[in-house]
Write a protein that binds this ligand. Structure first.
Ligand code: CMC
Length: 388
């Protein structure tokens, strides 16, 4: 019997496949433009805070003072994690990847919640906000535990950016560092139907609870082609070590068909607007922190790569300078992707809720190209190899 073939088009990578209408995010990849709910990323980075941008993404409008106050209080009151979760973190191997720890911890939050599932969309948002608030506490607690220190509880009155920097060290963070962190969180909060947002949407479409939704997002963001690129980009800069080595690194990488991390994007066919903002922040920070060699090395890699990739649609993306910025803030490299989670939960939540407002189970198809109707062979006559 022959294989059934349907006249179908396969969209490998789901390139240019639309799964819903959305009012959350608009990207013009040809014109280097990004908008959250109609506001440009440049305006938001200049005037907003991560809390305001998150409110905007999730609820659809910029909050009034009292709405923002209520939202901020909700995050503050959810920031602490219960002792059982800290006990769990203590039991995890200190060598664990922080993204694995975060995935495990968010999943565990669902187990500790007496009522993790709800059909009510407002209650779903509240669950997501509680997770969002706890993520900085989880990341910093694990960072301290694995370096032999005790976790530092949140102050309960700082922003997402401020609490994160505070709980890492126990020292009041410098206002400029908090500002840089806050802008970085705004820039990472949302990016339309990327791989992790799609993973969250697929999970939500089954009506699974928000812990499962966000755990799916974390697992998907973890890969080096998505969230993990910021770590790889910084490692490259540290390995290259000096601006004078940049040209030979780029020539060698491209000759061996290796990808320059922090370059290229499925949607942007020119530079990523977030890259420009982070590059400027990185440059300012490098002068303040006296780490200009690191910044100059990244700049030399960028300059050389842009020269060699001229004429291609491969331009710097958000990750070309995000790692440098986080490194200069004194953050361990393997915490960069967890920081991405600390911000992107806002976008994941916004899309999940928007999808659930008119839910349809996501269930695509695979075109079967194997054989059918084969006779079942007895064990002694099997070849033990794939069928021809
Ligand atoms: N360096 C060198 N060549 C590249 C790069 C790069 N960074 N990116 C793509 N190319 C080449 C690729 O080798 C391929 O060449 P050829 O046609 O000769 O085989 C061509 O461009 C098309 O590549 P693709 O993988 O089909 O393109 P894509 O649109 O699927 O790629 C990407 C998007 C982000 C996976 C890719 O550009 C990449 O791997 N970049 C490096 C990792 C990175 O920086 N990721 C962060 C993305 S932004 C943050 C986020 O969304 O999470």
């Amino acid at each position: 019997m022959s294989t059934i073939r349907e006249p179908v088009v396969i969209h490998k990578g789901l390139d240019n496949v639309y799964v819903k209408e959305s009012k959350i995010c608009y990207i013009d990849g040809e014109a280097s433009k990004l908008f959250y709910r109609g506001y440009s990323i440049e305006e938001l980075a200049s005037h907003s805070t991560f809390e305001e941008a998150s409110y905007l993404l999730i609820y659809g409008w910029l909050p009034t003072e009292s709405q923002l106050d209520q939202f901020t209080r909700k995050l503050e009151s959810n920031r602490a994690v219960e002792p059982r979760l800290l006990e769990l973190l203590r039991k995890l191997p200190p060598k664990s990847d922080p993204m694995d720890v975060l995935r495990t911890a968010v999943s565990a939050l669902g187990v500790y919640d007496p009522q993790p599932a709800t059909d009510d969309l407002d209650a779903r948002i509240d669950k997501a906000l509680a997770i969002l608030a706890k993520v900085p506490t989880i990341i910093t607690a694990f960072q301290r535990l694995r370096t032999g220190s005790d976790p530092i509880p949140p102050t309960g009155h700082m922003t997402q950016a401020g609490e994160f920097l505070y709980m890492l060290t126990g020292h009041e963070p410098k206002p400029h560092d908090v500002h840089v962190m806050d802008v970085a969180l705004i820039l990472h909060a949302e990016h339309e139907m990327n791989a992790s947002t799609f993973a969250c949407t697929v999970t939500a479409s089954t009506l699974a609870d928000m812990y499962s939704v966000i755990t799916s997002g974390i697992g998907t963001l973890r890969g080096p082609l998505h969230g993990g690129a910021n770590e790889a980009a910084l490692r490259t800069v540290l390995d290259v070590g000096d601006p004078s080595n940049a040209e030979s690194y780029v020539v060698d990488a491209l000759a061996h068909k290796k990808r320059i991390m922090g370059f290229g994007h499925r949607v942007y066919k020119t530079w990523d607007p977030r890259y420009l903002i982070l590059k400027k922040l990185g440059e300012e920070l490098a002068v303040k922190k006296e780490q200009t060699k690191l910044f100059d090395t990244a700049l030399a890699i960028e300059t050389s790569a842009r020269r060699h990739l001229e004429g291609t649609p491969i331009f710097p993306n958000v990750d070309s300078y995000s790692g440098i910025v986080f490194h200069m803030l004194g953050i361990e490299t393997d915490l960069f992707t967890p920081i991405f989670v600390m911000s992107r939960i806002s976008g994941w939540t916004a899309h999940t809720i928007e999808y659930l407002e008119a839910n349809r189970l996501i269930r695509p198809k695979a075109l079967y190209v194997g054989k059918i109707g084969l006779p079942y062979p007895p064990i002694e006559s099997r070849s033990g190899k794939p069928q021809e």
